[in-house]
Design a protein around this ligand. Structure first.
Ligand code: GTP
Ligand code: MG
Length: 199
């Protein structure tokens, strides 16, 4: 498949909703637990190693980072569930990300990234239900698939799929690995579909 993401380039970072670019392009945001692998997935999708900052330290991405592709924007969101941050910072995170998802009119869908070894955290479940309530499309990337054996991978995928009707009935789910590129074409196709879809 032609990689429409390869020409992605960094556009800007915002710490507040007021900082974000004027919303005249459709956008898809990457959300998920801190350290789940959001920034790595973005880099793999765009075939550019250093595009989004990756770190072993959870909580690395604290801003909304915008990347531009021909069809619109991809947004790397700060991760949630980072236990080591002070309460005040966590509350600020919640306000920023929930405010963004609720108010960003050009947001077409969410890519929810889960670590295949710890899928469907309580926060993931909450996020899915909340995103469904806003009638926002969602694609679940169960990433770090390379960390599981084949049997465990199949079981995890089946479990996550089985949970969807209760949480976000229209959400699509796939296995992914930023390490091995597993699921890359499927993820690119689904994300593009969300970016270009009409309201
Ligand atoms: P925050 O910015 O803190 O929210 O984290 P993030 O979700 O952006 O995670 P990030 O992409 O920075 O990855 C966290 C760690 O997981 C890094 O050490 C990555 O190298 C590793 N990692 C990410 N994706 C994969 C994967 O598919 N396979 C393996 N084996 N490691 C991965
Ligand atoms: Mg990140």
């Amino acid at each position: 498949m032609l990689n429409r993401f390869a020409c992605a380039r960094f556009l800007m970072s915002g710490a507040n909703l007021d900082d974000l670019p004027a919303g005249d392009r459709p956008e898809v945001a990457f959300a998920g637990r801190s350290n789940a692998g959001k920034s790595s997935a973005l880099n793999r999708l765009c075939a550019q190693k250093g595009l989004a900052r990756v770190s072993k330290t959870p909580g690395r991405t604290q801003l909304l980072n915008y990347f531009e592709i021909a069809e619109g924007w991809l947004v790397d969101l700060p991760g949630y569930g980072f236990a080591q941050v002070p309460r005040g910072v966590r509350d600020a995170w919640g306000e920023l990300v929930t405010g963004y998802i609720q108010s960003r009119e050009t947001l077409r869908g969410l890519v929810l990234v889960m670590d295949a070894r710890h899928p469907l955290t309580p926060f993931d479940r909450q996020m899915l239900a909340w995103v469904a309530a806003q009638h926002l499309s969602c694609h679940v990337l169960v990433t770090k698939a390379d960390k599981l054996r084949f049997g465990a991978m199949k079981k995890t995928l089946a479990e996550v799929k089985a949970a969807m009707p209760m949480l976000h009935a229209q959400a699509t789910v796939q296995m992914f690995s930023s390490e091995t590129s597993m699921g890359l074409d499927e993820a690119r196709a689904r994300i593009l579909e969300m970016v270009v879809k009409e309201d």
